[in-house]
Design a protein around this ligand. Structure first.
Ligand code: 5AD
Ligand code: SF4
Length: 455
């Protein structure tokens, strides 16, 4: 292993000496998995002599890592590709590529529509250097095969400096929710090795990272030789007791009592669970193929809260799934009222060609969908505001992210439950843990002042 590493270093040094590094610029859209994938892509490209740049004008290669989950996400990319193509007319040597879910879904259509040079889906990133070599000599390239085994377990992601790191632990999704394109663009579920993930966490701790988020479309179905996600979480928690450990996303069907106990047992496993419900109506949940009922979901929330009082929960909600009635929409509102989520990601249903729900049509009129979404958002804002007001006067343990964007004199950080806190303090280092007295709150943010350092 160490021999191998030495070998890589020598190769990289030689590369630096013999040729100036070509520069790659990546824009990332969509979910956190895509952010983690971009770091894997940069890891692969860096090894073959590319240096990342933050400035598109300096780049030899421009890559967009894309999202297909809703039409709006794809529209944005089409627009962006149009703009880049205009710029390309001044830079005929610039190589432009599309990565991620849209690459997988639209394949050669992207070449026809936008004349991009390469199109590479989520399981073919190892081919990037080869495809880019081809593109430099004028060959357009496509790599969109999905794999049952690719996890990039051995790739060292190229991370920008910071205190918080994403680590993808499993890829793909086998749930086939009827509205969702992800099982088609990211393929079947597969997990990285437990030793690979733990090794990566150890390295990150050595490099000074203070928080890791374990990622997967459905982390609860993680499995490596009989070791499940709860086993992975305890192993990661033990690496460093002061490292904050988060994870996302959990599917309600697979969130076991063993997992709840594990989160409760370890102080450094953050007490925050993203647990998408999508709808509060049993009939709609069935049509969505979510495989749980409202009752089952509420019972699960009850078990989580009784084992971990104070745990924060967030969710995803879809408004206007095909055939959803006003009454069924009200059931979603009543479920939200009952659970009192700390936060929610709320969307209008967007038909995705190729998914089972697409065949149902898109029969909830746009204005009805919009009105339902507005009601959902307003309810969530009220609930978040009430929850946050109840924290005024308490003292929260906050990990510092950095200076607040709004004011140089204030710092920004997050609680264990993932709430953003803006607070008055002298200059603190990112990653420091401090106690903050909460003085006021809005639906999105807590505001306070430094009450002392954490032990
Ligand atoms: N329309 C609207 N929202 C969707 N999501 C997934 N597919 C669709 C779609 N077709 C939402 C779900 C999921 C989140 C990541 O995106 O709520 O949990
Ligand atoms: Fe899509 Fe459902 Fe899989 Fe989430 S669990 S990625 S919503 S199919």
């Amino acid at each position: 292993m160490s021999d191998n590493l030495a070998h890589v270093n020598i190769e990289e040094k030689n590369l630096e000496r013999t040729s100036p590094a070509r520069k790659v610029y990546v824009e990332t859209y969509g979910c956190q998995m895509n952010l983690a994938d971009t770091e894997i892509v940069l890891g692969i490209m860096n090894k073959s002599g590319y240096a990342p740049t933050q400035a598109i004008d300096e780049a030899d290669v421009v890559l967009l890592n894309t999202c297909s989950v809703r039409e709006h996400a794809e529209d944005k990319i089409h627009q962006r590709l149009g703009t880049i193509r205009k710029q390309m007319s001044r830079r005929p040597d610039l190589v432009v590529g599309v990565l991620g879910c849209m690459a997988e879904r639209l394949r050669s259509n992207l070449i026809e529509r936008h004349q991009v040079d390469i199109v590479v889906g989520p399981d073919e990133y190892r081919k990037l250097p080869e495809l880019l070599d081809g593109a430099i000599s004028g060959e357009r390239g496509i790599g969109v095969r999905l794999s049952r085994t690719e996890t990039y377990d051995d790739i060292t992601p190229f991370r920008s400096e910071g205190v918080s790191a994403w680590i993808s632990v499993m890829r793909g999704c086998d749930k086939f929710c009827t509205f969702c394109i992800v099982p088609f663009t990211r393929g079947r579920e597969r997990s990285r090795t437990l030793s690979g993930v733990v090794g990566e966490v150890e390295r990150l701790v050595g490099e000074g990272f203070r928080e890791v988020t374990l990622l997967g479309q459905n982390v609860n179905s993680y499995l490596d030789e009989g070791r499940d996600f709860a086993d992975l979480l305890s192993a990661v928690a033990k690496v460093d007791r002061s490292l904050r450990v988060r994870f996302t996303t959990s599917h309600p069907q697979d969130l076991s009592d063993k997992l709840i106990d594990t989160i409760a047992q370890h102080d450094n496993l953050c007490k925050y669970i993203h647990l998408p419900v999508q709808s509060g109506s049993d009939r709609v949940l069935k049509a969505m193929n979510r495989t749980y009922s409202r009752e089952h979901y509420l019972a699960l929330v009850g078990r989580i809260r009784s084992r971990m009082p104070g745990v924060a929960l967030s969710t995803d909600i879809i408004a206007g799934f095909p055939t959803e009635t006003d009454e069924e929409h009200s059931e979603t509102l009543s479920l939200m009222e009952e659970v009192k989520y700390d936060g929610a990601y709320m969307f209008k249903y967007s038909p995705r060609e190729g998914t089972p729900a697409f065949k149902l049509g898109d029969d909830v009129p746009e204005d009805v969908k919009a009105a339902r979404l507005n009601e959902i958002i307003a309810l969530q804002q009220r609930v978040s505001n009430e929850t946050n007001q109840s924290l005024v006067g308490t003292i929260a343990e906050v990990m510092v992210d950095g200076k607040s964007k709004r004011s140089e004199l204030q710092m920004s950080g997050r609680t264990d439950t993932n709430k953003t806190v803006i607070f008055t303090a002298g200059s603190l280092r990112p990653g420091e843990l401090v106690k903050v007295r909460i003085k006021r709150a809005s639906s999105a943010t807590l505001f306070g002042e430094l009450a002392g350092a954490s032990n």
